[in-house]
Design a binder for this molecule. Structure first.
Ligand code: NDP
Length: 459
């Protein structure tokens, strides 16, 4: 076995695996080094188990409305069954990822790697060095934990999937993706759930109507929201954890979870010593082709701080391989990325929100709010929100924002016409599909309100 490669990838997550496979397909001799499990955050302790737990938590919602359709359901939930079945599925995926790497000839090395030179990587456990024409850092991110007394008593999303038992109650700090997704998972599984957030409405940066709709939806599901407050300290209180807040209040919870953001995994890799430039948030600074300030070292995925989303990391890994090993320089377009928050209610978003769009020129806003059909036989009053934002002149669609059942699936498809530069007239040409929620997007008649010279008009 030789220790000399065309490419050594550090981190076998979404971005690293795609880059390694593609580079090997183009004939490169590739090794990928991973210290934990092949698959990375997305497969092992992120998107995949999260979505499975979201499905688990949504049954309670369906049981709630079932009686309005004539069903009587006597249901109970068993946490260990969910954890065990999740583990089986991610183990299957881990094996599939490993064999997909090995098929084109990528060598998978389970070890901790440190970069010791522009073309050398040291394997910590095995104590040997690899040389490589190129090194790709794809080490992802790690939960950020506020430095407060007792912080070690809390969990993060890393531990949440494998708790030995469901807590009777949970306090989740943060107002982003992970906080709201896990809040709806825990609440749906019957845990008394509280979100504590330093801001005044969840999901900062998202469309205001969606944020308010989400807030109402979470509250309707019994999730308690505490705003403009942070956790100052944690201590043991019998079997519980007592949290003391910035307003002086102390309250006990069965578990406390930090969902206060994720930091790029750039430390301890030897990068600072080598002079690899980092951004102020400690992400690896890269150009449009994912090349760092050291020409032989590239980086993709969350460690670059561009967009912490799996499909983006995959695309960056793919384009890196095209650029470096297929002589086809390709830069990822980060401008139109669809995103979903798998909370309950769910959000799907692409493009500009109306406040951003209004700073670019005059815009029209088309807004629909209605009860999703699944709720119409029950007493549930929750409303779905669909919003289309277009340029006044020419009608180019600048943003689409959806809250409610299927929002994520819908927004993936809206990404296609938007990527083609579609206008409102293009949406209108599509025949409506009835009865569906998505038909609202192609049947808007007149704007609900507009922005002229940056000022809202009507609505
Ligand atoms: P986010 O950046 O989405 O949210 C972090 C939250 O923590 C924000 O509300 C932030 O407040 C708050 N916060 C940050 N620092 C502190 C602090 N010191 N004290 C108190 N609160 C703090 O991060 P997440 O961890 O939720 O998710 C990380 C990333 O992972 C996401 O941005 C997303 O890219 C990705 N992700 C995507 C998912 C999906 O596609 N469905 C699911 C999960 C994660 P403030 O708003 O004031 O800044």
């Amino acid at each position: 076995m030789t220790d000399s490669y065309d490419l050594v990838v550090i981190g076998a997550g979404s971005g690293g695996v795609r880059a390694a496979r593609m580079a090997a397909t183009y004939g490169a001799k590739v090794a990928i080094v991973e210290e934990y499990r092949v698959g990375g955050t997305c497969v092992i302790r992120g998107c995949v188990p999260k979505k499975l737990y979201v499905y688990a938590s949504r049954f309670s919602e369906l049981f709630d409305v079932a009686s309005s359709f004539g069903w009587q359901v006597d249901a109970s939930f068993d946490w260990p069954t969910l954890v065990a079945n999740k583990e089986k599925e991610i183990t299957r995926l881990e094996h599939a990822y490993t064999s997909n790497l090995e098929k084109p000839g990528v060598e998978v090395i389970k070890d901790r790697a440190v970069v010791t030179g522009p073309n050398t990587v040291h394997l910590h456990g095995q104590g040997r060095d690899l040389t490589a024409k190129y090194i790709l850092i794809a080490t992802g991110g790690t939960p950020f934990i506020p430095k407060i007394p007792g912080a070690d008593l809390a969990i993060t999303s890393n531990e949440a999937f494998d708790l030995p038992a469901l807590p009777h109650s949970i306090l989740i700090e943060g107002g982003g993706y992970i906080a709201v997704e896990f809040a709806t998972i825990f609440a749906g599984l019957g845990v008394h759930t509280t979100i504590i957030y330093r801001g005044d409405c969840l999901l900062r940066g998202f469309d205001e109507d969606l944020r308010r709709g989400l807030e109402a939806g979470l509250t309707e599901r019994g999730i308690k929201l505490i705003y403009q407050t942070t956790i100052k300290s944690l201590h043991k209180d019998g079997d519980d954890i007592a949290a003391t807040f910035s307003d002086g209040v102390t309250a006990p919870y069965g578990a406390v979870m930090f969902a206060t953001g994720r930091a790029p995994n750039s430390h301890g890799l030897g990068l600072e010593e080598l002079g690899v430039k980092l951004t102020p948030t400690q992400a690896i600074a890269v150009d449009a082709y994912s090349q760092s300030s050291v020409p032989s070292i590239y980086a993709v995925g969350d460690v670059t701080g561009r967009s912490a989303l799996t499909p983006v990391a995959i695309r960056e890994g793919w384009y890196f391989a095209e650029t470096v090993f297929n002589n086809k320089p390709m830069a990822v377009d980060h401008s139109l990325i669809p995103t979903a928050v798998f909370s309950e209610p769910e959000l799907g978003v692409i493009g500009l929100n109306e406040l951003e769009a209004a700073t670019h020129g005059d815009i029209d806003v088309y807004l629909a709010r209605f009860r999703p059909m699944i709720n119409t036989l029950s007493t549930r009053t929750e409303r779905m929100v669909l919003k289309l934002i277009t340029e006044k002149d020419g009608g180019k669609v600048l943003g689409c924002h959806i809250l409610g059942p299927g929002a994520g699936e819908m927004i993936q498809l809206v990404a296609i016409p938007m990527g083609m530069g579609a206008s409102k007239a293009d949406f209108d040409r599509a025949m409506a599909l009835h009865p569906s929620a998505a038909e609202e997007l192609v049947t808007f008649k007149a704007p609900s309100y507009t922005y002229r010279n940056g000022e809202k008009v009507g609505g």
